[in-house]
Design a protein around this ligand. Structure first.
Ligand code: NAD
Length: 377
């Protein structure tokens, strides 16, 4: 079997998830390639060496450019802070590598358009880390919407709420950077990707971006004005005709992982939260009188690719397993077994949506989403 070399850049929260995702995918799935954990890069030689040993890579480097130039690296996974995504991705594309980049794809839609064009022109396969839509229960939700099981969809509510910035003393980090930071980019990008995965393109938005804490502490402890949003809510109008809303917040006390959605149709409703990622709740209007209520569908072998992980239903997948499903889609696309599941074209579209929500918030008006080359079905 042909070997494919992985270069992973960054070993923080997402770097670890990518390392696990590739390792799990290799053990669980019938992949088209044998994986070579070739080069691990981080900001310093020491960080890279530690991660190399921990994740099982052959080599390490404190210079991501050396990783990109390494001929044994065929695909580059980018898990660095957002401001580095564009430079690394463009260098990797120019070197002919396939690129798997964390969300948000870039800092602005001008950046992401350039990235999407470069990838398309080079003919490399790309992937953006919208992992939540790889969950078999979210795929089931999409199927239930698309098959008409819920009737005509009348409303959507999607939220990505977490509480990790609630402490006003949270120190400065890349998520507060004026360009490319803010909760809409950080968490709202996931909420928008899930909304479009389930219901198709969003054509119009009306956003309300709010900064709750006007300052945060810099690394030396002095207060710095915050220019980005802590909470964003937006009204949405989908091309399919229904309306809905999205909310992104990093000030949500008591919500460690509130990636949730509710879909309401004329025949029933579904509801999901990532905190119970193996469950999809379904309400059917057809239930007999006196028996109405949501019931819980538990992930099992009927929901592919659950059965590749475990032969017994109800034993539950985890966050890193979902990342492994994302990895499989990327590798299958490289091998030509399937189309790019969520490439840079979609990453650019999500950036356009976030930029449009910000613009509509400033204008205090409904705003059309500009056309993008990629439009989800
Ligand atoms: P993090 O701070 O935990 O990790 C960032 C890593 O990048 C660190 O290892 C850091 O040392 C490294 N790094 C910084 N500068 C570097 C350089 N010049 N060269 C090489 N490495 C460098 O951050 P994180 O939470 O892992 O977030 C990283 C990215 O992943 C962000 O884009 C974020 O939006 C995204 N993310 C995605 C999800 C998801 O569910 N898909 C979740 C969290 C974060």
């Amino acid at each position: 079997m042909e070997r494919i070399g992985l270069g992973l850049i960054g070993s923080g929260f997402m770097g670890m998830a990518h390392a696990f995702g590739f390792a799990i995918a290799e053990r669980v799935f019938d992949l088209p390639y044998k994986l070579d954990f070739a080069v691990m890069a981080d900001a310093t030689d020491a960080l890279a060496k530690t991660a190399q040993e921990r994740f099982g890579f052959r080599e390490s480097t404190g210079d991501w450019r050396a990783l990109v130039a390494d001929p044994s690296v065929h695909m580059v996974a980018i898990t660095t802070p957002n401001a580095l995504h564009k430079e690394i991705a463009l260098a990797a594309i120019a070197a002919g590598k396939h690129v798997y980049c964390e969300k948000p794809l870039g800092l602005t839609s001008e950046e992401t358009e350039e990235m999407a064009h470069a990838a398309a022109a080079a003919g490399v396969v790309t992937q953006v880390g919208f992992n939540y839509i790889c969950n078999p229960m979210v795929v089931l939700a999409r199927h239930m919407i698309r098959s008409g099981e819920l009737g005509d969809i009348v409303n959507y509510r999607g939220v990505h709420a977490e509480g990790y910035m609630l402490d006003p003393a949270t120190g400065w980090n890349f998520r507060f950077e004026p360009l490319g930071g803010g909760v809409l980019a950080d968490l709202g990008s996931h909420a928008l990707a899930t909304a479009e995965f389930l219901l198709g393109p969003i054509d119009e938005v009306f956003g309300d971006c709010r900064t709750v804490y006007p300052t945060r502490l810099s690394r030396d402890g002095t207060p710095v004005p915050v220019k980005v949003d802590d909470i964003t809510c937006a009204q949405l109008r989908f091309a399919r005709g229904c309306g809905g809303s999205m909310e992104a917040s990093w000030l949500a006390a008591g919500e460690p992982m509130g990636h949730t959605f509710h879909v309401y149709g004329t025949k029933g409703a579904i509801s999901f939260t990532q905190e119970r990622l193996n469950e999809l709740r379904h309400y059917s209007c057809a239930d007999p009188e006196g028996r109405h209520g949501f019931r819980t569908i538990l992930a099992g072998t009927e929901h592919p690719p659950y059965g590749d992980f475990c032969v017994a239903s109800g034993h539950q997948l985890g966050f890193n397993d979902i990342k492994a499903i994302e990895v499989k889609g990327f590798l299958d696309a490289i091998a030509g077994r399937q189309a790019e599941p969520m490439g840079f074209g979609w990453g650019h579209r999500i950036q356009v949506l976030t930029d449009t929500i910000r613009a509509s918030s400033r204008a205090k008006a409904w705003t059309n989403v500009p056309p993008t080359a990629f439009r989800p079905k």
